[in-house]
Design a protein around this ligand. Structure first.
Ligand code: UDX
Length: 426
């Protein structure tokens, strides 16, 4: 099939390269000429394991990039994969996707109605937002009709390519059998044995939001339970490992700690809360999930305060990314942790195996170390924010601390006899 993907960010590039790998002819459209040139040179504009290789293999062959919307003329399916940044109140800004939809509509006006592609929204937009995208598309088109579907993604950073290639489920939100068949044909090479949900466009997007809201709330509940365990002097991980054996709960996403971050959970939960409030409904449990998540970094710092007065002291922050194996610091719990330490007058030194530069851009005023050992050297305390594997083998490095105190937000450090070790929820 001929596919166009409008927007070549994290989701769009993964989609374009993976669809080319499935055997489709893909044109990636982006208004940013630098991104277009990067793809055409065979490089991925975003960092994701396996993506560079896929772009390198297919670029110039089944994958090409352009700034020209004219490419939609040839296509069977056109995806909208434009970013939807958040407003301060959590609502998502649909400005980018509606202007792309309008420009797309204008290009479609040139094409005979029967030859128009199916338009599929890949970006995560709330159900009420879908009609705004549809209106923008129709405004561009003027007269006539085009069909809008939604096809949400469930990709995790760090494993987006393999998540695409081995999905748990495919979700097609359409208004017609024609649109459903197009999406079935598109995904046919990987759909065998994959449950496919065929529903309307709004329900499909709600599935995406409900999925993320459920997982984020699951972690917040686990954090609430972990905090109770801590108060009782009990091991939260032992408790959670046991309840995970109940297959209605499952053993995954039961790790209590400093909370959830990243580009999806915080943004999607906030957007869903804002959209619900827009309908005059107050989603109490989701609000509580956000509250618990905001509280965890504060608890981490309160625990450190019990051991050391951090004012004017060197404090190491180990782990800056929102999770291991990524340099993404968006909504990383390290941000409120560093901010809280600075408010207490601490001299903060941060270390991360890969995310130092991303954090330096956000918080330039602290010191950054090139290794955990360097960060710990002379420190009067350390907090662990990300569960990077290398923190599990730290040992003699703690000896160089002025005071060997570690508050571990991810249960990754091995306690030693010389170390004052405090787990966040255990
Ligand atoms: C998530 C969803 O998993 C994915 O389906 C969706 O499309 C996008 O959002 P991602 O943000 O890449 O993916 O990260 P994920 O691995 O799900 O972790 C999210 C956050 O939860 C991280 O900050 C992680 O540290 C935290 N987490 C996860 C916990 O605190 N405890 C756990 O047990 C699991």
């Amino acid at each position: 099939m001929h596919i166009t993907v409008i927007g070549s960010g994290y989701v769009g590039t993964t989609l374009s390269a993976c669809l080319a790998a499935l055997g489709h002819e893909v044109t990636a459209i982006d208004i940013d000429t630098e991104i277009v040139e990067t793809i055409n040179r065979g490089r991925s504009p975003v960092s994701e394991p396996g993506l560079d290789e896929l772009v390198a293999t297919h670029s110039g062959d089944r994958l090409r990039a352009t700034t020209d919307y004219g490419a939609v003329e040839e296509s069977d399916v056109t995806f909208l994969a434009i970013g939807t940044p958040s407003y301060a109140d959590g609502r998502i800004d649909l400005g980018g996707i509606t202007s792309a939809a309008e420009a797309l509509g204008e290009s479609l006006a040139e094409i005979d109605a029967d030859d128009r592609p199916l338009i599929a929204v890949k970006s995560t937009i709330t159900p009420p937002g879908i009609s705004e995208v549809r209106s923008a598309l129709e405004a561009g088109l003027g007269d006539g009709e085009v069909e809008l579907a939604t096809n949400p993604e469930f990709l995790r950073e760090g494993s987006a390519v393999s998540d695409f290639q081995q999905p748990d489920k495919l979700v097609f939100g359409t208004d017609s059998a024609w649109a459903t068949e197009r999406l079935q044909e598109l995904y046919e090479p990987l759909a065998a044995d994959v449950p496919t949900i065929e529903t309307d466009p709004e329900t499909a997007m709600m599935i995406k939001y409900a999925n993320n809201a459920f997982l984020a709330t699951k972690i917040s509940l686990v954090n609430d339970l972990g905090n109770i365990c801590k108060e009782f002097g009990l091991d939260a991980y032992e408790v959670m490992d046991a309840i995970g054996l109940d297959d209605r709960i499952s053993e995954r996403f039961l790790r209590s700690g400093v909370g959830w971050g990243g580009s999806c959970f915080p943004k999607d939960v906030d957007a869903l809360i804002a959209a619900a409030r827009g309908e005059k409904y107050t989603p109490r449990i989701l609000e509580a999930a956000v509250d618990v998540n905001d509280r965890q970094p504060k608890r981490l710092l309160d625990l450190l305060d019990e051991h050391v007065d951090v004012a004017d002291k060197r404090i190491a922050v180990l782990g800056l990314s929102f999770k291991p194996r990524t340099d993404d610091v968006r909504n990383s719990r390290a941000i409120p942790v560093i901010t809280g330490l600075l408010e207490r007058g601490a001299r903060v030194v941060g270390y991360d195996p890969v995310a130092t530069e991303s954090m330096r851009e956000r918080i330039p005023e602290i010191e950054y170390a090139d290794s955990a050992a360097e960060a710990l050297d002379g420190a009067a305390g350390a907090v662990v924010v990300t569960d990077w594997e290398e923190f599990a083998s730290l040992d003699s490095e703690f000896e160089a601390m002025a005071e060997p105190i570690v508050v571990d937000g991810r249960r990754i450090v091995e306690p030693t006899d010389e170390l004052t070790y405090e787990g966040l929820t255990w």
